[in-house]
Design a protein around this ligand. Structure first.
Ligand SMILES: Nc1ncnc2c1ncn2[C@@H]1O[C@H](COP(=O)(O)OP(=O)(O)O)[C@@H](O)[C@H]1O
Ligand SMILES: [Mg+2]
Length: 257
């Protein structure tokens, strides 16, 4: 994909949930290799935006373009192909607790594997080497055959990162990947995400409640407030006043949910 084609482009995107307007008239472009943080209070629309970017949600109006495609216009099969290039990491890891780590890591292959191959791999793990390499990169090589539910939260998020490495997408989306971790583990996970994007040129879009992590690890901040973009600027151009304004409603006790 040439550098001139944005990885993502949103044109006048609005998302309604019944009478609630979760996002309204969002316009933005994200270029290959950018590291972008979505920041804002709880209920601002960050997760909704992530779900639109990976095509798990289609906008009520407007267009979401990813990797040169209007996601609402793709056949289910083409959509799955585009989604292979968009990896997502979630706050709650989205792992299967009862499975061994290797199976959760190998789930990164699932969109490429046939059903039979995927089913067989649960009995005889395939691609052990790839999974072992990914686990080594996230710092827990010894956990390959551990049961996932016996790992700590920080280790489970590493498994989720290893899964996304195995998927090897062009873009990584992360929806509050550190909000259930303590500060030390948060730093480690953010270091890994940054390293992954620096080494491979992958585009990163991360929703973060913690503004300091967003400032430290990302190049561009998009501030969302009640479903609208309050600012969209390089980190250096975001002033304390802009941050204050972003969280003003939260401090005054406003909650949308
Ligand atoms: N599936 C849904 N059905 C109804 N309302 C939803 C749904 N998903 C999100 N919302 C609402 O949309 C708004 C934005 O939510 P969300 O994108 O989760 O915000 P954030 O991730 O910034 O906390 C909230 O008011 C939330 O309650
Ligand atoms: Mg959210």
């Amino acid at each position: 994909m040439s550098d001139s084609v944005p990885i993502f482009e949103l044109k006048q995107v609005s998302q309604q949930f019944n009478s609630l307007s979760a996002l309204s008239e969002i316009n933005l472009q994200i270029s290959p290799g950018e590291r972008v943080a979505l920041v804002g209070s709880s209920g601002a629309g960050k997760s909704t935006l992530i779900n639109l970017l990976n095509g798990t949600l289609f906008p009520t109006s407007g267009e979401v373009w990813a990797l040169g495609h209007n996601l609402s216009r793709l056949s289910p099969q083409r959509l799955r192909q585009v989604q292979q290039q968009i990896g997502t990491v979630y706050q709650q890891f989205h792992l299967v607790d009862s499975l061994r780590v290797i199976h959760n890591v190998n789930a990164g292959h699932l969109s490429r594997w046939s059903f039979l191959k995927a089913a067989a791999s649960l009995i005889f793990p395939l691609e052990v080497e790839t999974a072992a390499k990914a686990l080594a990169r996230v710092g827990i090589p010894e956990k390959l055959y551990a049961r996932t539910d016996q790992l700590s939260g920080g280790q489970q998020q590493r498994v989720a990162l290893a899964r996304v490495m195995v998927q090897n997408p062009l873009v990584i989306l992360a929806d509050e990947p550190i909000s259930s971790l303590d500060p030390e583990h948060s730093r480690e996970i953010m270091d890994l995400l940054r390293k992954l994007s620096q080494e491979t040129g992958k585009t990163l879009v991360i929703s973060l409640h913690a503004i300091e992590f967003a400032r430290t690890y990302c190049d561009r901040l998009i501030g969302l407030q009640q479903g609208k973009i309050l600012f969209d600027a390089p980190v250096a151009a975001v002033s304390p006043e802009m941050i204050e304004q972003l969280y003003r409603l939260e401090k005054s006790g406003w909650r949308s949910n």
